[in-house]
Design a protein around this ligand. Structure first.
Ligand code: NIG
Ligand code: FE
Length: 419
């Protein structure tokens, strides 16, 4: 058993306490529950006690000598960051397409010509389990170095039953072997594979009749996601797939209104999806309906940045009462980054969110978006001992000194994993 870890004298301890029960909305997204000269005692993988340094010094007076002490003087302490939307498990890279896009080709043109998701699908089908594990593990190591302790990971580059299961098994193995926790999403409906180009509904049937039941039977995923976009899956097909998933216990998520307005936000609300993600082109009516239905908006400003598109309007969504989370969307085509700190910077600079709101979006609301808020996303007694320490004095400076990885220390399940 590890020794207790005692973090002392944080210049700001942003606990994000009080939001575990339901996603944080409105003005509450601006409240981080900060303790100055903060102190946290971690033991047996969980958070034991949180308070000012004076309070904890008094409480643990008899046991102070037992702990490994981390002096966080002049530093910011936050919950381990959470990335609620990634395509972590994939093979290969697509820098050739980046070059094409810089010369004017669009993301959809490249995909329709057999590149894009199809290119990564070909590479992922070819890769062995071990190759896929190694490539994905390297990315996961980098996530950890950027302060992330929990990651959602989607399948969707197999597009056959066997290859989708291969991706999900790799995610499961990473969850078991890597310090970062993974939460899996089945995304067989990520693209219509080229062999079904002329018969897309037959592919939808395959997803519904074979893939979803088998993934659910093997308990390989918690969520079911669809790329609802003109030229990919229609709102009707998306509804069928998400309803079928729900019948098998897979909770619905949706890639919505990313490239064109397509009433994805409205669909998410009418299905009661856990989250609708992207939303660059979501309609005002869709945003209102998401707020009413309690659908979390998972916003991906790195994708808008990398696709050279206008970002989702995070400011408007928060002001209308939608709970907002943010994520890297880490994938080889539209957002090959692993940096949640950069994503928070972009949340401020491109989506009109405040430095406090982006931290809420990357911690407790991200936890809600993957249904983990009962155990991670805030620094509260009883939760997992997942903590990130940044070498900046306050949460404002974390966003102000943008584009830098300020991570100083990462603690996962009570053990120091980055120092
Ligand atoms: O979230 N939009 C669909 N899926 C990913 C991109 C996947 C890829 O290009 O490989 C996204 O942007
Ligand atoms: Fe995505």
């Amino acid at each position: 058993m590890n020794k207790p870890v005692w973090i002392r004298h944080a210049s700001q301890l942003a606990t994000l306490a009080g939001g575990s029960h339901s996603p944080v909305t409105g003005a509450r997204m601006n409240e981080l529950s900060i303790i100055e000269n903060g102190s946290v005692w971690l033991e047996n993988g969980v958070i034991e006690r949180v308070g000012t340094d004076e309070e904890l010094a008094e409480w643990f007076r008899e046991r102070a000598h037992e702990a490994d002490v981390i002096d966080a003087t002049g530093k910011l302490v936050t919950p381990g960051l959470i990335d609620p939307h990634t395509h972590l498990v994939h093979a290969g890279t697509r820098q050739n397409e980046f070059n094409m896009r810089l010369s004017g080709a669009t993301y959809m043109e490249i995909m329709n010509n057999g590149g894009g998701i199809h290119a990564t699908t070909a590479a992922t089908r070819q890769a062995t389990h071990d190759e896929l594990y190694e490539q994905s593990k390297r990315r996961l190591d980098q996530f950890l170095l950027h302060g992330v302790t929990t990651v959602e990971a989607k399948s969707g580059y197999g597009l056959t039953l066997e290859d989708e299961i291969k991706q999900l098994e790799v995610a499961q193995k990473l969850h078991e072997t890597h310090p970062v926790d993974l939460v899996s999403t089945f995304m067989g409906a990520h693209a219509v594979p080229r062999e079904y180009k002329e018969t897309p509904d037959a592919f939808v049937d395959l997803v519904i009749e074979q893939m979803i039941p088998e993934v659910a039977r093997r308990k390989l995923a918690v969520f079911n996601d669809v790329f609802c976009e003109r030229g990919v899956f229609t709102p009707e097909q998306s509804r069928r797939i998400l309803e079928a998933g729900r019948e098998h216990g897979l909770l619905p998520k949706i890639h919505a209104d990313e490239i064109e307005p397509y009433e994805g936000a409205e669909l998410a609300a009418s299905l009661g999806a856990v989250s609708a993600d992207h939303l660059l082109r979501a309609s005002d009516a869709g945003i209102e309906r998401m707020a009413e239905a309690g659908v979390i908006a998972v916003l991906l400003p790195g994708t808008a940045f990398f696709l050279m598109a206008e970002s989702a309007n995070g400011r408007k969504m928060i002001d209308r009462g939608v709970a907002v989370a943010i994520s890297t969307d880490c994938n080889p085509g539209s957002s090959p980054t692993v940096s949640m700190p950069l994503i928070m910077n972009l949340g401020c600079l491109k989506m009109g969110m405040t430095p406090a709101e982006v931290l809420t979006a990357a911690t407790i609301n991200a936890a809600h978006a993957i249904r983990c808020a009962h155990e991670v996303g805030s620094i509260e007694a009883g939760k997992k001992a997942d903590v990130t320490i940044f070498a900046v004095p306050d949460f404002m400076t974390l966003q102000y000194r943008y584009g830098v990885n300020h991570v100083d220390t990462v603690i996962k399940n009570g053990a120091v994993v980055v120092a």
